[in-house]
Design a protein around this ligand. Structure first.
Ligand code: GAL
Length: 120
């Protein structure tokens, strides 16, 4: 994934999901974007990780993901930030803190059953 690319994600959120995360970076220890909707806290947490240490969290209370629903959302990489377009069109921005030009690590964790995942 490079600046200009978009990840299109479609998935089903199980009724008992407490949350899920999509992690983009170089490795599990170095993440440019940890995108983490949490149903138990009604918040979307975004963060980055550097040398296995979490950095400063950004929290957005606009949680337009619902347990039991099928969702479609987009993560676009721009040169200096990521833009996540939520199912209702709301956008969440998170800076590309490490200045990565390329993402070669993706991990999806927790309560989201992937239906499709496409990079364009
Ligand atoms: C921690 C949590 C991690 C990650 C991080 C984000 O509390 O254990 O999984 O979500 O927050 O800042």
């Amino acid at each position: 994934m490079r600046p200009g690319n978009t990840l299109k994600v479609k998935g089903k959120i199980p009724a008992d999901s407490v949350g899920f995360s999509i992690n983009l970076g170089c490795s599990s220890r170095d993440l440019a974007l940890h995108f983490n909707p949490r149903f138990n806290e009604s918040v979307i947490v975004c963060n980055s990780k550097f040398s296995n240490c979490w950095q400063t969290e950004y929290r957005d209370r606009h949680l337009s993901f619902y347990r039991g629903s099928t969702v479609k959302f987009f993560i676009e990489m721009l040169s200096d930030k990521f833009r996540v377009k939520l199912p209702d069109g709301h956008e969440v921005y998170f800076p590309n803190r490490h200045g990565y030009h390329k993402i070669n690590y993706v991990n999806i964790h927790g309560g989201l059953k992937m239906i499709s995942f496409r990079l364009s």
